[in-house]
Write a protein that binds this ligand. Structure first.
Ligand SMILES: [Zn+2]
Ligand SMILES: [Zn+2]
Length: 136
């Protein structure tokens, strides 16, 4: 079997033992972005950090995320009993700031009122806004 012998010659025995042993070296892989050999996974440290920064930017800053979460929780509480809109009495589906945030209104429960979507979106930050059913 000349063929068998030649194939065994291409793989020296000492090489086999070092690869199969418990101290097998961590293999380096080329970074997916720049091609530099790395042990850190799919990308080198630099490219991994860049990707992380880009992801953070997409999600917005951590404080903006925190506010969004707070707003969602307060809205849940305000809408828990399916209340009527504070302005027109229609079923409320959103929460509105009693004092607009642009005028210093806080993101706290006592500054939240239930609001229907049309009222909320037409009122926006206008403090002089009058609900449709209270207009002369
Ligand atoms: Zn890289
Ligand atoms: Zn309304």
């Amino acid at each position: 079997m000349g063929r068998w012998r030649s194939s065994s010659l291409t793989r020296p025995a000492r090489c086999w033992s070092s690869w199969a042993g418990p101290h097998r070296p961590v293999s380096r892989r080329p970074c997916l972005d720049c091609g530099v050999l790395t042990r850190q996974g799919s990308r080198c440290g630099e490219c991994g950090a860049k990707r992380q920064a880009a992801r953070d930017q997409q999600r917005g800053s951590s404080s903006a995320r925190g506010l969004g979460y707070r707003h969602r929780k307060l809205r849940e509480i305000v809408l828990a009993d399916s209340p009527p809109c504070h302005w027109c009495g229609d079923p409320a589906t959103t929460a509105d700031h009693l004092v607009p945030r642009s005028l210093g209104g806080s993101t706290t429960l006592d500054n939240y009122v239930p609001s229907c979507r049309p009222c909320n979106s037409s009122r926006q930050d206008n403090p002089d806004w009058i609900p449709p059913n209270q207009r002369p």
